[in-house]
Design a binder for this molecule. Structure first.
Ligand code: FAD
Ligand code: NAD
Length: 470
């Protein structure tokens, strides 16, 4: 058995692990990185990158078939295999950034083996034992395939196999109406499939219901069948003929995509040998240190909190601060945005309206600005959507956007909330005309206009000024 002594050993080379490895190595810490699968993890290979590439192709197809703006629509010729080639090309274009070669160039010792703890200060990977001063668990998550009667025996797709398809499914059944379910439903509908989404509770149920309804209406209008309140009880059939049974009804299709949430990749780590506590994820304190072993950090999906690439990157930055610089870091959650990349997009940062009402009660003001108020939205012929901002004591505490480019628009609110800015920061910013981002400024303006235009005091002051102004 080979033995390596190092400063930091990172288990998992996805979004979180790569951020820690790049930061620690470039700051001069001796860094070992273990990866048992593909460099880049879920986001690059089976998650964000392929799903957004597929959505881009689907968007192109939809633009061709939508009437309006004086352009005659045309039914696009979709070559599903060529679309999947596009997906592969995008992954290949980005892969060098996450590659073993690049990380070795940064000074990281990369070992392509599964890692597991053998003691509180040692991890074994293949025939190497790594003794490190600090460990980072960045092992991510995998598709959850729950114990539903018949499911494991019926051929089904997950996000790990969906992008390998070469033939377009005739009728795609999607179990689960979360972000994966809805993004893949719209993409496949636009690429010419029949699509049925079967959701046990409410589709996009983690989001603000008013904003989610805008997205769900739009996706339904394109022909996706979304069945809600229908927990799946049983699955039966064979390749090409699959039936999903729910309490409400049964649904048949040719393919089944399972998008029922994630299971954390922590089982194969032998955490008990390192004394680490875990339940629904690795239990971490607000410095991301594992309960039971303070030399071990958990980042990204494995930390059992929000499951997004930018969260894994954010955690990674905090871990670098802790490990490379020895400075304490504090993890926050209130300023983390998330976006579902349907069309229209759905974006959130901070508190939803319901959460803000609970937290701030009477002190809360909720501002709504419809996309129709934007000249740019009018010019583009797409006025679907809403910007909603929750304000308490002059500061934004949450923002919800459903509409075109919502993922880009949410950035301004993410910055304002992260930095504790007041609404005046937005009114004081001059934005180019005509842009959708002006909707954000309109929301800030709408917050102040009753205070400014409906106030008798302001009117009296202006009257006085006008009387004495030379
Ligand atoms: C279909 C889909 C679409 C998504 N779209 C988005 C999006 O648009 N935006 C967004 O922000 N997020 C999105 N996500 C979520 C995002 O992909 C994850 O939150 C992110 O990848 C988490 O990064 P991570 O580093 O924690 O884990 P991962 O990226 O999962 O990386 C973990 C790595 O650890 C390796 N590993 C596991 N166990 C071991 C072990 N014992 N030893 C060695 N290596 C190990 C794995 O092989 C893997 O490479 C999407 C997810 C899916 C499934
Ligand atoms: N754009 C993005 O950032 C993006 C895109 C995709 C995924 N992700 C990340 O990946 C995570 C996983 O996504 P997901 O969509 O698989 O999970 P999810 O947990 O968000 O949604 C799963 C859905 O399945 C439903 N469900 C569970 N059991 C069921 C049953 N027996 N019958 C019917 N419905 C059932 C749930 O009610 C839920 O709505 C997300 O939470 C998110 O963090 C992010």
């Amino acid at each position: 058995m080979r033995r390596i002594e190092t400063d930091v050993c990172i288990i998992g080379a996805g979004s979180g692990g790569l951020s820690v490895a790049a930061g620690c190595a470039q700051m001069g810490a001796r860094t070992v990185l273990l990866e048992s699968g593909l460099m880049g993890g879920d986001c690059l290979n089976y998650g964000c990158v392929p799903s957004k590439s597929l959505l881009a192709a689907a968007h192109r197809a939809q633009t061709m078939r939508e009437p309006g703006l004086g352009i005659a629509p045309v039914e696009p010729q979709v070559d599903y295999a060529a679309v999947m080639d596009h997906v592969r090309q995008v992954i290949a274009a980005i892969a060098p950034i996450d590659s073993q070669q690049r990380f070795e160039g940064l000074g990281v010792h990369v070992i392509r083996e599964h890692g597991r703890f053998v003691s509180p200060t040692e991890v074994q990977a293949g025939n190497t034992v790594i003794a490190a001063r600090r460990f980072v668990i960045a092992t991510g998550s995998s598709p959850l395939v729950p114990d539903i009667d018949g499911l494991k025996d019926v051929p089904h797709l997950t996000n790990e196999t969906l992008f390998d398809l070469r033939e377009r499914p005739r009728h795609l059944l999607i179990a689960g109406g979360g972000p994966i379910g809805l993004e893949m439903a719209q993409a496949h509908r636009r690429l010419g499939c029949d699509v049925t989404v079967i959701e046990g509770a409410q589709a996009l149920g983690k989001d603000d219901p008013e904003a989610a309804a805008i997205v769900l209406d739009a996706v339904r209008a394109e022909g996706v069948r979304i069945v809600e309140g229908a927990p799946i009880r049983r699955v039966r059939g064979h390749a090409g003929d699959i039936t999903v049974e729910t309490e409400k009804a049964s649904f048949s299709g040719t393919h089944l995509l399972v998008a029922l949430g994630r299971s954390l990749n922590i089982d194969g780590l032998d955490l008990h040998l390192a004394g680490i506590a875990h339940d629904r994820g690795i239990e971490v304190d607000d410095r991301l240190r594992a309960r039971g072993n303070r030399r071990v950090y958990a980042v990204g999906d494995a930390a059992g909190r929000m499951q997004f690439t930018h969260v894994a990157g954010y955690h990674g930055g905090l871990a670098v601060r802790e490990i490379a610089l020895g400075l304490p870091a504090r993890v926050r959650q209130d300023h983390i945005p998330w976006v579902t990349y349907t069309d229209p997009e759905l974006a959130q940062v901070g508190l939803t309206e319901a959460q803000a009402r609970d937290r701030h009660g009477d002190r809360l003001t909720v501002i709504r600005v419809p996309y129709a108020d934007s000249d740019r939205a009018q010019a583009s012929g797409d006025t679907r959507g809403l910007v909603k901002v929750m304000v308490a004591r002059g500061k934004p505490v949450g923002a919800t956007i459903a509409g075109a480019q919502a993922g880009e628009l949410i950035g301004m609110w993410a910055m304002a909330i992260a930095d504790g800015r007041r609404m005046t920061a937005l009114t004081g910013t001059v934005l180019p005309y005509p842009t959708l981002s002006e909707l954000n400024k309109k929301a800030a303006g709408a917050y102040f206009s009753p205070k400014l235009f409906d106030s008798p005091i302001v009117k009296r002051v202006v009257g006085l000024v006008q009387r004495y102004l030379p």
